[in-house]
Design a protein around this ligand. Structure first.
Ligand code: BGC
Length: 839
């Protein structure tokens, strides 16, 4: 018989991203890797993997069929890379636009989130790969994310924040769920999400019947018995943490019954069995062009049908299609879009994100792609005969970029920097090593070493203003040319990983002016860098020295004003100016929330001046989460391009030229000004993030406050023109408790296009105020390709649950009787067409 130790050993990770196996217990080891935009892998360096557009982009297609095809791709990628569990998708809702992981969530709306998630999860799991839907629950923001208390009123918790998780269990039969970092005040219990008995044992496993594994977020488990008793099954990462021998002791001392342990082992065995199977050859998807609309409702290729011969064109075509279809046309004055490929001979491609596109958000979801198709490449292919010039126009970054390694040597003249380690007493640990200059993460540092000593020589050849920066994590002193330029006593531990600051380390920055006359021929200016810093011990994230060398040079005549002037001049000469602006990895990342919704740097000025110079200006917004676009209605065309992943440039060119219609609709509300935002931040007050808006999340909050956004939830022009007929609602519920509603969708344009019909409900309020209701809420949607001038019949089934409220007084769902208005609309503010039903 298996011992207690043997069983409990299985319940903490073996490594950062794998679990233990036990032959006697019949439990295989499993490998877990981050998603959601690709498979990050479990080792350093990360494997090359397919890189999808960000999840909000997937939701913006309003098409579960597309989400399913992307899910199939992710599942086959996981199998190819030997991954059993993909730590995705994120189904936390976009409660505030400043939320750091906004880009990683699907939507501000529970129904759009749920429908996208269900399709995606089913498709991944059909490949024999588990998903781990996260983060259960209340992780809508990042500030103090490991400690804050999410105080979510019960009705909002049930109707909005738990709803996607409930569907993940009941409709998608999800195999694992990740418990969040934060604490939750719910069900009369205030506890960390990893030990919340009411939520984990009560709601998730009890009410909903979840039979999978509850995995802790990384380093989120704080306790032994409370977490074990609360319903957590697996502590990640490992080894170490609060279980292992501590949990053995807790069982022996009678604090945790052994049956509780047995149940966890059983769940782990079930998960390992579910994902058992050999890695497969890369499976390629059928070229989307060959797939009819009916067929895309289901994963196109399943593991059983896996083709032996890879077909990378199928993957590329799918990613390219996804980028184009997810893009949202926010404005199209005078039908500037789609661009006329024949009539355009000169293109000015402008903007910081044209030069450096931001294709994936920061944090644990980071994926190493094989290639990136830049906007320039995409546009050159689409306009082979046009003259295309490129201009940064403005800078959007705070930090300089990674240094060109050719500039860096040791004092002995070897390429790279020198790193030496000592213990706390100053005794050397190992020999000094020379590290390639582009390597900013020195991982796997020996246990005894606590101090690091780094030296490097930076060559500043060529005249100009050279900015030299060093990025560091933790306690340090740094000298440039013998002068102390930075000093800190702030000791770093695993929190620099959890708050993502180690990804963008701060540090000293100095500018050195090198002028041509001071450089005799063949000579160069050299800056000597010396740093003493700590070794960071980040628990199960490992031991490392963070030392990043960054450099940028502004050559004479290359100052910001000149860059702007040049871009404007180029725009004036061109047939069309395409301005790609947006955020970047310094702005949108896991680990912190944004402080401002403004575009960084002088990008607003750039857009305004370019649009003044050329009426044919198309602005492409390269961002995941909302940014304020003060000029939105003053430029001819605006396209929201998301964080598009590796097929960025192809998808962009297809969308701009209309090869593929950018038929995306906003999955969130775009504010006109920051002052209007109903939930402008999520900064905990005395440790509490109070969800005081209740059920009025997203567009519902805007409606309640009577505020007008720049563009409503659900908005997107595409290239069609739509008219809705009269909706017809069935008189009876179906056997599976849904109410069918159908409507005619008329494409009044001269192009074939994809229309999205959204169904919003309004219903009676409780006279006693026992429960609250939004002014209107999304209950169903459907999208359809409709030929030019033709009509499509669109039908949806509205589930009974969409009419119900969570009644706090009874602790259950109830269907308030009375008159309901079903509004078929093109966005959340659209008056649309209505039909009423009386229940
Ligand atoms: C994130 C999770 C992620 C995990 C593993 C955590 O910091 O919150 O979303 O899956 O790290 O990388």
């Amino acid at each position: 018989m298996a011992s207690l130790e043997q069983k409990i050993r299985l319940l903490t990770g073996a490594t950062s991203f794998t679990t233990h196996s036990d032959d006697e217990l019949g439990v295989a080891s499993i490998a877990l890797s981050d998603g959601p935009i690709g498979i990050r892998g479990i080792a350093e360096p990360a494997p090359v993997a397919v890189q999808l557009p960000n999840p909000s982009a997937v939701a913006a297609a309003w098409d579960p069929g597309l989400a399913a095809r992307l899910g199939t791709l992710l599942g086959t990628e996981a199998r190819r890379l030997g991954i059993d569990v993909v730590l995705a998708p994120v189904v936390n809702l976009q409660r505030t636009p400043v939320g750091g992981r906004h880009f990683e969530s699907f939507s501000e709306d529970p129904v759009l989130t749920t429908e996208t998630m269900v399709a995606f999860v089913r498709a991944v799991q059909a490949e024999g790969v588990a998903v781990c839907v996260k983060h259960f629950v209340g992780n809508e923001s990042e500030t103090e994310r490991t400690e804050y208390i999410a105080q979510i009123p019960e009705q909002a918790l049930r109707e909005a924040y738990l709803a996607p998780f409930e569907a993940a269990v009941k409709r998608a039969q999800v195999w694992s769920i990740m418990a969040a970092y934060n604490r939750v005040d719910a069900g009369g219990e205030l506890a960390h999400a990893t030990e919340h008995g009411f939520l984990l044992n009560g709601v998730l496993k009890g009410e909903w019947g979840f039979d999978g594994v509850v995995v802790s977020d990384w380093l989120a488990t704080q306790t032994t018995a409370p977490a074990a008793l609360g319903g957590l099954d697996l502590v990640m990462p490992g080894p170490g943490g609060p279980w292992e021998q501590h949990l053995v002791d807790a069982v022996r001392d009678g604090f945790v019954p052994e049956v509780v342990i047995d149940d966890k082992v059983e769940r782990l065995r079930r998960l390992a069995d579910r994902v058992a199977g050999e890695p497969v050859e890369p499976v390629e998807l059928i070229d989307p062009a060959d797939v009819s609309e009916d067929a895309v409702e289901q994963p196109v290729v399943t593991r059983a049908q896996a083709a032996a011969e890879p077909n990378p064109d199928g993957v590329r075509a799918l990613l390219r299609e996804a980028v184009a279809r997810a893009s949202v046309v926010l404005r199209n004055d005078g039908d500037l879009l789609p661009l006329d490929t024949a009539g355009i001979t000169r293109i000015a491609l402008i903007g910081p994100n044209a030069v450096d596109p931001f294709v994936q958000g920061g944090g644990s979801a980071f994926v190493t792609a094989e290639y990136l198709v830049s906007p320039e490449q995409g546009l050159r292919e689409a306009f082979p005969d046009a003259e295309l010039t490129m201009h940064r126009g403005a800078s959007a970054r705070r930090f300089a970029r990674l240094i060109d390694p050719a500039r860096v040597t040791t004092s002995a003249g070897e390429a790279g920097y020198e790193l030496a380690l000592t213990d706390a007493d100053g005794a050397a640990v190992g020999d000094p090593v020379v590290v390639p200059a582009e390597e900013g993460w020195n991982r796997g540092i020996a246990d005894g070493a606590t101090e690091a000593f780094v030296t490097a020589r930076i060559r500043l050849d060529g005249p100009g203003e050279h900015r030299v920066e060093v990025g560091l994590s933790g306690r340090h002193r740094a000298w440039f040319d013998g002068e102390l330029v930075s000093e800190s006593d702030a000791f770093a531990d695993q929190n620099v990983i959890l708050d993502s600051s180690a990804n963008h380390p701060e540090g000293p920055s100095r500018t050195f002016l090198v002028d041509a006359s001071s450089l005799a021929e063949g000579t160069e200016r050299v800056v000597e860098i010396r740093v003493e810093c700590q070794v960071v011990d980040a628990a199960a994230y490992g031991r490392f020295v963070r030392f990043e060398l960054r450099h940028e040079v502004a050559e004479p005549g290359d100052d910001p004003d000149t860059q702007l002037d040049e871009a404007v001049a180029a725009a004036r000469e061109a047939d069309v100016a395409i301005v790609v602006i947006g955020t970047n990895e310094e702005v949108e990342s896991e680990g912190w929330d944004r402080r401002s919704l403004a575009l960084p740097g002088r990008q607003d000025e750039l857009v305004t001046r370019v649009a003044d110079a050329n009426p044919n200006t198309v602005v492409v917004v390269n961002a995941g989460a909302p940014v304020i676009l003060p000029w939105l209605d003053d430029v001819a065309a605006v396209l929201w391009w998301w964080l598009p992943g590796q097929e960025a440039g192809h998808g962009l060119a297809d969308a701009l030229t209309g090869v593929t219609e950018p038929s995306g609709r906003l999955p969130w509300t775009l504010p006109a000004t920051e002052a209007d935002v109903p939930v402008p931040n999520a900064i905990p007050v005395d440790g509490v993030v109070a969800y005081t808006e209740g059920v009025h999340i997203g567009y519902r909050g805007w409606q309640r406050l009577g505020r007008t956004p720049a563009r409503a939830f659900g908005f997107g022009l595409g290239y069609g023109a739509w008219r809705l007929g009269e909706p017809i609602a069935a008189e009876e519920w179906t056997a599976d408790d849904t109410l069918p509603v159908s409507i005619a969708l008329v494409n009044e344009s001269e192009r074939d296009a994809r229309g999205v019909v959204q169904f919003y409900l309004s219903g009676p309020l409780d006279p006693d105020g026992a429960w609250d209701r939004p002014a209107r809420w999304l209950v169903a949607y459907a999208s359809a390709e409709v030929r030019a001038g033709r009509i499509a019949a669109v039908s949806v089934r509205i589930p009974r649950r969409a009419f119900e409220v969570w009644d706090v007084s009874t602790g259950g769902w109830t269907l308030p009787g009375g008159e309901y208005t079903i509004r078929a609309a093109l966005d959340a503010r659209d008056a649309g067409q209505t039909v009423t039903v009386t229940l």
